[in-house]
Write a protein of this length. Sequence first.
Length: 340
Amino acid sequence: MKKIGFLSFGHWSNHPAYNARTASDTLLQSIDLAVAAEEMGVDGAYFRVHHFAAQLGSPFPLLAAIGAKTSKIEIGTGVIDMRYENPLYMVEDAGAADLISEGRLQLGISRGSPEQVIDGWRYFGYEPAAGETDADMGRRKALEFLDKLKGVGFAEPNPYPMFPNPPGLLRLEPYSEGLRERIWWGAASNATAVWAAENGMHLQSSTLKMDESGKPFHVQQAEQIRLYKDAWKKAGHRREPRVSVSRSIFALVNDQDRQFFGREGKQVDQIGMIEPNKRAIFGRNYAAEPDQLIKELAKDEAVQEADTILLTIPNTLGVAYNVHVLSSILEHVAPGLGWR
């Protein structure tokens, strides 16, 4: 059994073929899709966060709105770039969204990836400390976020407050118990996966990974997951770790599916440079008739290692078509793989 969620990049563009042409379209359709996904039995609704782009940039209003209109589905991100974040303000936003959803938030965070503008976090008012890289800054902010999520008081109270204070140092409010244990780290390398385990975060591994061995993508990703699980065990955490992998998977069950994605199944892993001197491997897409999909996915080592599958969706094609994409996987593919 696996949890199955969808991952939306939240694109919009004024394009005649798109159903999501404005930010309003994307936000409202994201809510509608999460509601429909819950009704059909999908386990999670996750959203990618990008700044300076026609995509979802501020996740917490959306997560809170989905939380208010659903009751069971997990709600999360994949991922929030911590270089852009104020960890304390983020604790307040996350706590509020988690309380609205009654404890269903699953927040994916990371040190960030290449963005639309050069050093975009500088426009948000952030600078690495002396001797730090921007990646170091992202990880430092992540650790501060985790620490403040514990709900332990740290701020000296005003002796003449506007409202009476409880005794002792003050914590951030609203505090949501258990949220600290539902934070995921988006890791692109083996080392950061181990670091995530050591710091008690679940692991999100996407369709991109640093090429560290030259092996096929799914094999490298499976090795990364095993290293993570070993590090979690060595760290002595008392709770069970969770691991998600993202995949673009399309079951071709009608002519429209074949028109949109019929050529996707011929893709192979690709190699590219996402940053100077950083070679990455990009996993292939899956698109085939259901029986063929089952055979191909059964050979994906990383999919077998993970407990959660995040299906990347073409959100610009609208709610109805994405409901079809998800229901096709649930009905025609998941049972054959033992996911349901």
